[in-house]
Design a protein around this ligand. Structure first.
Ligand code: HEM
Length: 259
């Protein structure tokens, strides 16, 4: 018999804490409603992937600061692959009928995805900080995390600091757009700056797709009803569609011309 130093051998279930994990889905509606388990598992899965995305974004910021650009690009590419899965995941929730959702929806009030702390952390860390959003969080763990993220450097900050070191002026919005235009015009001369910009704009684009698919799923499930969090629902969500992490990258496309 293999000796494991006197300790009980590791198992799959112990390592992954499967016993605890599958106890974490507590349905509220009584009698139990079949689709509430799906609803909880989908949200918990999102939050687990958000945790992974945050780890990758943190690491990417460090890599950019250390000028390890190839590593940074690889990390953002991983983030994009995870985000594609998150967009696709909405399809599973769309198998729930609008009526089956109503059977347990009342129980959820006033909770809402609007209170997803990690989603806001991803926005903040990517470059989109909105202090007003902090007002909506009252749990200690959420406030602590968001305050820290609000003070932290963002991917937007470190990308443009990197361009500054490479000789680009970045002090105004127009300068930053001009820098990106120059990079796009000569991708061989600015290969790393360009590939990192492309990875970041993809991250920005997929999060926009996430917002769009979330809205369509919400509309398909609850129509124009007020959200469980108390917002106007779809009407509110539509106002978030114009959000961008890197507006300079998008503006550069408008400004770009051949010489
Ligand atoms: C049937 C399923 C769902 C419905 C009907 C729904 C509905 C809504 C509504 C109406 C809002 C606006 C705030 C409010 O008043 O509540 C909202 C916000 C939000 N939901 Fe969902 N949602 C669903 C599933 C999900 C899932 C699976 C996630 C994944 C984490 C999610 C994440 C979010 C986030 C992050 C926000 C804030 C968006 C922002 O402010 O930009 N939702 N949701």
């Amino acid at each position: 018999m293999t000796n494991y130093g006197g300790k009980a051998p590791l198992s799959y279930n112990k390592y992954l804490k499967v016993e605890q994990l599958i106890e974490l889905q507590k349905r509220l509606a009584l009698p139990e409603k079949h689709d509430e388990l799906l609803f909880i598992i989908i949200h918990q899965t999102f939050e687990l992937w958000f945790k992974q995305i945050l780890q990758e974004l943190d690491a990417t910021i460090e890599y950019i600061k250390e000028r390890r650009i190839i590593r940074a690009i690889r990390n953002i590419r991983r983030v994009c692959e995870i985000e594609k899965i998150l967009v696709a995941q909405f399809r599973v929730l769309e198998t729930m009928t609008p009526h089956d959702f109503l059977l347990f929806r009342e129980e959820l009030k006033p909770a809402s995805g609007f209170q997803s702390t990690q989603f806001r952390e991803i926005e903040f860390l990517s470059g989109l900080k909105d202090e007003k959003l902090m007002r909506f969080f009252d749990e200690e763990f959420a406030i602590k995390r968001l305050k820290k993220r609000f003070g932290d450097e963002t991917l937007h900050d470190v990308y443009f600091a990197y361009l500054k070191e490479r000789g680009f002026a970045i002090d105004t919005f127009e300068n930053r757009v001009e820098a990106v235009v120059k990079i796009i015009k000569d991708i061989e001369k600015h290969a790393e700056e360009f590939e990192l910009e492309e990875a970041l704009i993809e991250h920005d684009e997929i999060v926009s797709k996430w917002r769009y698919h979330h809205i369509k799923m919400v509309e398909r499930t609850v129509g124009g009803k007020i959200g469980t969090g108390g917002s106007e629902g779809v009407g509110y969500l539509q106002t978030t569609l114009a959000k961008r992490f890197y507006p300079e990258f998008w503006q550069a496309r408008t400004q770009l011309e051949i010489e």
